[in-house]
Design a protein around this ligand. Structure first.
Ligand code: SF4
Length: 726
């Protein structure tokens, strides 16, 4: 008698008749996985696999990377430029010349009539670094608007601001390799297994080998919290209090690295005086973590041979986001955990090229981490580009979250939106809709024709997607990775670089400046501008980057490879070469639950989807596993309201309402609900999004709602209404 396998049909993998595997890098999250796309004889992308020799992912991919090749043929791709005179009229298909001429004419009309800064540009973390650099040159050197920013303000500006305040420059100092050396890891508001699965896998492998303690600080019992040695379910928005209390214990018990503090930091006396007020008992009443746990974590961290902190949106998306980052940096500075193997402050970034825009887009200044406020830098870049230095503003303009209120008040009349979807990603959807309707001219440049923001546009420019283009992106650990163009752009869509170059030709100043067409030539310009900077890439080329499967900056001319860590010599970017210890008084300034709205609303990601589902919403398997918005709710809280598992419930905030499918779980406490943020018809109808004063990043993760039982037959009508009224 035969048992088991012998009786079963063997598993057969379909032969996809792949004729070539083409090297590129995943275009979703900031992990930076090297990926090969299998192309068949007809030139179609039909499969994907991780690249074994790549240090980042060592052959692995998450579900998004595995199915990414399906994007090439996904529905909703833009094929032809579109124009219309008024919003809500039908679009008409036009030639590229017609679309670009009209867009350039509208920019010039608005600027002549209302002033240069009345036309704003909103960029992204998704396009390639050469494209960012070229857009920056166009925005700063040709169009000349100071109201130019990226959607990275929604996810990373607190990290940028915190790094600048502490170290004098942006730039994450550590790397994934630090997991292999650390003796203690704290993860603040970072659910790695769902947000960055491959970084999680790197961390887990290191932890299995070396058994270092993992401490997770998160209001929710996330997947990472379930694997932690210690979970600290902090009261939302109070990370600064916990961080001050950890520093209090370390300094009061003499556990600090005195030699490092004296040699490499400034401001210790003021810092010490401030944290003296945050003893563990006082802090526990605000942040909800008991005093003994605070003492225990502080001692564990300070006594570890090397200790590191990672964080994501749980820190950044708060009214104290920048302070939270500075607080983490303070903790690592007083324990001497910067620039050494296993000791770091590592912000895990969000989008695939959030770092590229920070380094080279000129959104927050000028390329290569140069400040607009410096006459020397303005002169240097102006000479390199061939423009008058007086053409540059001498300070940064509005950030993304301030551009929308400026449209409301009539200060901004025209907007160019590039690969971002504010109708879904911004807080308070109803307000954003009314804001976009006020624009005299809105042009949207995106790979997809069906993103919600296009409903309010006068012009649409179809752009190439991910590996339909060529260039580099920088990942979380400063690794510059290469994207080879696996396929040509869909329909008559064009690479973003081509679109920016064509736009430059439509301005007198742009015709006088050099705008190279080949990505490698643009990279050469960036290399020259990077010499001697912290972000020095002068030793890199596209070929070397591909050979080494990514290279970490800085890599100076003549070096064999890049540098895994910054500040290894303890010299920072402030004028005195020291890092700053900054006192962080806590002011409780966000919306909190009250009698009328008794629940915290927390939001986050699921592993299947990326951002506003512009892409993952088109992929069969991703939608199969995560088809609909849902709400995690505590069973006790649900019982009190008569709400059942897998029923629909209504959420109401001071901004609006939404309906979600209820999943009962102990992952959230009695006073909190959690909703994935990817779905247009849900979380941002409710969110408030107060802004951090330093970074202007919205507090997406903390606002107050009430929950109402809803008749199930009403739910479908409400969901349909929500979907229609974007
Ligand atoms: Fe792509 Fe991020 Fe998944 Fe890697 S972890 S395959 S970069 S989405």
């Amino acid at each position: 008698m035969l048992f088991g396998r012998a009786k079963k049909n063997p598993i057969k993998l379909p032969d996809k008749e792949i004729v070539e595997w083409k090297y590129t890098t995943c275009g979703y999250c900031s992990t930076g996985c090297s990926i090969e796309v299998g192309v068949n004889a007809e030139g179609k992308g039909v499969s994907a696999r991780g690249v074994g020799g790549a240090d980042v992912n060592r052959g692995k991919l998450c579900i998004k990377g595995i199915y990414e090749f399906e994007l090439f043929d996904s529905s909703g791709r833009g094929e032809q430029p579109l124009l219309r005179d008024k919003t809500f009229e039908p679009f008409r298909q036009v030639s590229w010349d017609a679309a670009l001429d009209r867009t350039a004419a509208e920019i010039q009309r608005i600027q002549q009539h209302y002033g240069r800064d009345s036309f704003a540009i909103l960029s992204t973390g998704q396009i390639l670094t050469e494209e960012f650099y070229t857009l920056g040159k166009l925005a700063r050197g040709v169009i000349g608007t100071n109201n130019y920013d990226g959607n990275t303000t929604l996810c990373m500006s607190s990290a940028v601001s915190g790094y600048k305040r502490s170290f004098g420059s942006d730039g994450p100092p550590g790397c994934y390799g630090d997991f292999e050396h650390t003796d203690c890891l704290i993860a603040f508001g970072s659910n790695l297994p769902e947000q960055h699965p491959i970084i999680y896998w790197r961390m887990r492998e290191a932890r299995e080998r070396r058994k270092f303690p993992l401490i997770v600080v998160d209001p929710r019992v996330t997947m990472l919290a379930q694997f932690a040695d210690l979970h600290l379910p902090i009261t939302p928005g109070t990370d600064v209090v916990l961080l001050n209390a950890l520093a209090h214990v370390i300094l009061s018990e003499g556990l600090e690295d005195r030699v490092y503090i004296d040699a490499h930091t400034s401001g210790c006396a003021d810092f010490r005086a401030l944290v003296a007020q945050y003893d563990p008992v006082t802090a526990s009443r605000i942040c909800g973590i008991d005093a003994d746990t605070i003492r225990n974590v502080a001692r564990l961290y300070a006594r570890a041979g090397a200790a590191m902190s990672i964080w994501t949106m749980g820190i950044n998306q708060s009214t104290h986001g920048s302070d939270g980052v500075v607080g983490i940096n303070n903790l690592n500075l007083i324990t001497g955990n910067i620039g050494r193997p296993g000791g770091t402050s590592l912000s895990i970034t969000g989008q695939c090229n959030a770092m590229g825009t920070r380094e080279w887009s000129s959104c927050s200044g000028l390329p290569g981490y140069r400040y607009l406020e410096s006459a020397h830098y303005r002169e240097e870049v102006a000479r390199f580009w061939g423009v008058d230095p007086e053409f540059f503003p001498n300070k940064r303009g509005l950030l993304m979250t301030d551009i929308f209120p400026a449209i409301e008040t009539g200060q901004i009349k025209g907007l160019w939106v590039i690969a971002t979807n504010p109708m879904t990603s911004m807080a308070n959807t109803a307000r954003i809709r009314k804001t976009l309707e006020k624009l005299e001219f809105l042009v949207v440049q995106d790979a997809y024709r069906d993103v919600e923001t296009i409903e309010y546009a006068h012009a649409y420019l179809p752009a190439g997607l991910w590996a339909e283009k060529e260039g580099v992106m920088t990942n979380t650990e400063r690794r510059v990775n290469l994207i080879r163009n696996v396929l040509t752009p869909h329909g008559d869509s064009r690479p973003d670089l081509w679109i920016f170059n064509q736009m430059a030709k439509r301005f007198a100043q742009g015709r006088q400046m050099r705008f190279p067409e080949a990505p490698s030539e643009v990279f050469d310009e960036m290399r020259e501008l990077s010499r001697g900077r912290l972000v020095d890439i002068s030793g890199m080329s596209h070929e070397k980057i591909e050979q080494q499967r990514g290279i970490q900056w800085p890599m100076r001319d003549g070096a064999e490879t890049g540098s895994p860590r910054l500040y290894t010599d303890g010299v920072f970017q402030h004028a005195d070469g020291k890092a700053k210890l900054i006192p962080l008084p806590f002011v409780d300034d966000n919306e909190r639950p009250d009698e009328q709205f008794p629940f915290w609303l927390n939001s986050g990601r699921v592993v299947e989807h990326f951002h506003t589902r512009t892409r993952t919403g088109k992929i069969g398997n991703q939608n199969k596993f995560s088809p609909t918005p849902y709400m995690e709710m505590n069973p006790d809280a649900a019982r009190a309201l008569g709400i059942e598992h897998m029923s629909y419930a209504r959420l109401v905030s001071r901004r609006g309402d939404a309906v979600a499918l209820v999943q009962l779980t102990q992952r959230v406490g009695r006073d909190m609900v959690f909703i994935p943020f990817h779905f247009h018809e849900c979380v941002n109808r409710l969110s408030l999004g107060l802004l951090d004063p330093h970074s202007r990043q919205p507090a997406f993760k903390q606002c107050a709602v009430r929950i109402e039982r809803i008749e199930q037959q009403d739910a479908a009508a409400v969901i349909n209404r929500a979907a229609r009224t974007f």
